[in-house]
Design a protein around this ligand. Structure first.
Ligand code: ISL
Length: 590
């Protein structure tokens, strides 16, 4: 039964979360890498934007094979980012500002340098052998060892998900990269060790967790071959057998019962691949006792070849965006669950480049359009560093060598190996990276117009190249933009977040319905409670549109839009003319 009125209000529903990708946030010591003191020094900036919770991507001890998503010690920081004392200070400074810390919990796998794995691989009878997933090889016609099944590696999709260990003569499962062996959650000792990590951080003052690929922790124990989806690849996407496996809900409920329920936490599970509504509700239903919410990937997978790998391209348009968002808005209202709202993170290209148009002419409008949408939908809102500035993808002129991410590197190396001198195929592979490499979101945050964009001192060398546009796209310029001018993207976000808070009953908790659906390129919806109602009209295209206000949508007035800092001057009945990428927010008569 859905709760009514304010009975269902929770702090973690109305909080705004800001995701920090630490390596690229702010370098305080001139080594070219962002660090914990850099984050602490920007808390006033983050608070001023309207943020309540900071989620940091992993800063634990790590060889950085996958930028910290390969953890070698869950209870210590990597020196490149700082110390545990720096972390304590960050948490304390957040608390001082009435803000909270969300940790990134990466427990589907560890680093191959974690003490647990070093023990596990040391011999067949080591007590920690069974903490990871070891299998005997299949033998080919020549008696040579072959992986136990055909699952592809996720971050090197043309390789096997299994890595051969010469010393003990077995394969271990490492779905992301060979340096990230998957933990064996079937073993109760592993689950207990994870609970211990949770307690460690909660006791240190963290308020919750973003749980990395948490739906991969239970695998089908017969490890069957995956269906052939990409016939010219040796290895295939195997998620049918490792995502949302048979014991997932049991493991999540245990975690909740044993640890989380004893603290006042916020939890969000990253859940790629899942689309099944019953499966989603089992996790995020109000009575589920599993997680507060999850990251569903439908919107960020919108340009993937259906069923295939992520580094592919597939056309989409406004109606796909509309269908996807409407589905999850309605689902959570109808079945009493909770959404997360996000268009960006460190694994995806920049949203303005992907869903709108990042040309100089339309970048700001597109970024504001996406802001208007996200700040008026129901769910807990996640803003990714630089999104509030409308940062865009790196230009296509950059060489693949500028891409630093292991996924892009593996993809490019394998493409060269597979396609050799086939220029056309190689150009296609390059084009995929130009659209979708994770690197686009990982360039240093552009704080100012000075050399290195204020991310690190001018004389230092940033670990990753700064996007070429930092002299025009940067925080300093956007904060300075005077109020009489057009709002900068940053100012637009700040105002949007404040408006969301002010009207949280309707924007965070209210009802949702699409309206006036006859225009393909326009996504329009109504949000309402018994006492107030709003309409949002978004032209998701570079073409002008005429949107007919439906008879039952009684517009009182247009309150905001992305073309003007003031109130848009538009008619309140009949047809409304929309400019390219124009978005409007109107108040309705109740
Ligand atoms: O980027 C992807 C691969 O093409 C995504 O599918 C990604 O792997 C998936 O979202 C899981 O991401 C998380 O776990 C990975 C890590 O590399 C990502 O950075 C992290 O967000 C392994 O820990």
């Amino acid at each position: 039964m859905a709760l009514t009125g304010t009975d269902n209000h929770r702090w973690w529903k109305e909080s705004v979360i800001y995701q920090i990708y630490p390596a690229s946030f702010l370098d305080s010591n001139g080594d070219g890498w962002g660090d914990i003191p850099g984050i602490t020094s920007k808390l006033d900036y983050i608070k001023d934007l309207g943020v309540d919770i900071v989620w940091c991507s992993p800063m634990y001890k790590s060889p950085q094979a996958d930028m910290g998503y390969d953890i070698a010690d869950y209870k210590d920081m990597d020196p490149m980012y700082g110390t545990l004392a720096d972390m304590d200070k960050l948490i304390a400074e957040l608390k001082k500002r009435d803000m909270k810390m969300m940790m990134d919990l990466v427990v589907n796998h560890t680093s191959d340098q974690h003490a647990w794995f070093l023990e596990s691989r040391s011999s067949l009878d080591n007590p920690k052998r069974d903490w990871y997933i070891w299998k005997k090889p299949r033998l080919d016609a020549d008696g040579k060892p072959q992986p136990p099944n055909n699952w592809a590696m996720i971050l090197g999709e043309k390789n096997s998900g299994w890595t051969w260990d010469e010393k003990t003569g077995e394969y271990y499962l490492a779905l992301f990269t060979a340096e990230q062996p998957d933990l064996n959650w079937e073993n109760p000792e592993v689950r207990e060790a994870v609970h211990d990590v949770l307690r460690f951080w909660l006791d240190r003052g963290a308020s919750g967790f973003r749980m990395d690929v948490i739906n991969l922790i239970s695998k089908h124990q017969d490890f069957p071959d995956a269906d052939i989806i990409e016939p010219d690849h040796q290895y295939q996407p195997g998620y049918k057998y490792y995502a949302n496996g048979p014991r997932l809900h049991e493991f999540l409920r245990d975690m909740n019962r044993e640890v989380l329920s004893k603290y006042d936490t916020i939890t969000v599970g990253e859940m790629p691949f899942v689309r099944d509504e019953d499966e989603i509700m089992k996790v995020v239903g109000a009575e589920a006792g599993e997680l507060n919410m999850i990251f569903v990937f439908e919107l960020v997978d919108i340009d993937n070849k259906p069923g295939g790998f992520r580094l592919t391209l597939h056309p989409f348009d406004a109606s796909d965006i509309k269908r996807c968002i409407t589905r999850y808005q309605r689902l959570m209202i109808d079945r009493d669950g909770w959404n997360s709202l996000f268009c960006e993170n460190h694994d995806n290209p920049r949203s303005v480049s992907r869903y709108c148009d990042d040309s100089d002419e339309y970048r700001e409008l597109g970024a504001k359009l996406l802001c208007l949408m996200q700040t008026t939908l129901s769910g807990t809102l996640y803003v990714y560093q630089g999104e509030e500035l409308g940062m865009r993808n790196v230009p296509p002129s950059w060489d693949p060598e500028e891409y630093k991410d292991i996924e892009a590197i593996n993809f490019w190396d394998k493409s060269k190996a597979m396609y050799g001198s086939d220029e056309k195929k190689l150009a296609e592979a390059k084009h995929v990276l130009q659209r979708k490499a994770r690197d686009h979101a990982r360039t240093p945050v552009q704080w100012s117009a000075e050399k290195n964009a204020g991310f690190c001192p001018p004389e230092a060398k940033p670990w990753m190249r700064v996007n070429d546009d930092y002299q025009t796209v940067n925080a300093e310029a956007q904060l300075k933009q005077s109020d009489s001018d057009e709002l900068s993207v940053h100012q637009f976000w700040k105002r949007g977040l404040a408006n969301r808070k002010k009207h949280k009953d309707v924007f965070v908790y209210g009802d949702f319905a699409p309206v006036g659906e006859d225009q393909e390129q326009v996504f329009a919806y109504k949000r309402w409670t018994d006492s107030e109602a709003w309409v949002v009209v978004l032209n998701f295209s570079g073409k002008e549109a005429e949107w007919e206000i439906p008879g039952d949508v009684k517009v009182e007035g247009w309150m905001a839009g992305n073309y003007t800092a003031g109130k848009p001057e538009k008619g309140t009945s009949g047809k409304v003319k929309l400019m390219p990428w124009e978005g409007l927010l109107g108040q309705l008569k109740v």
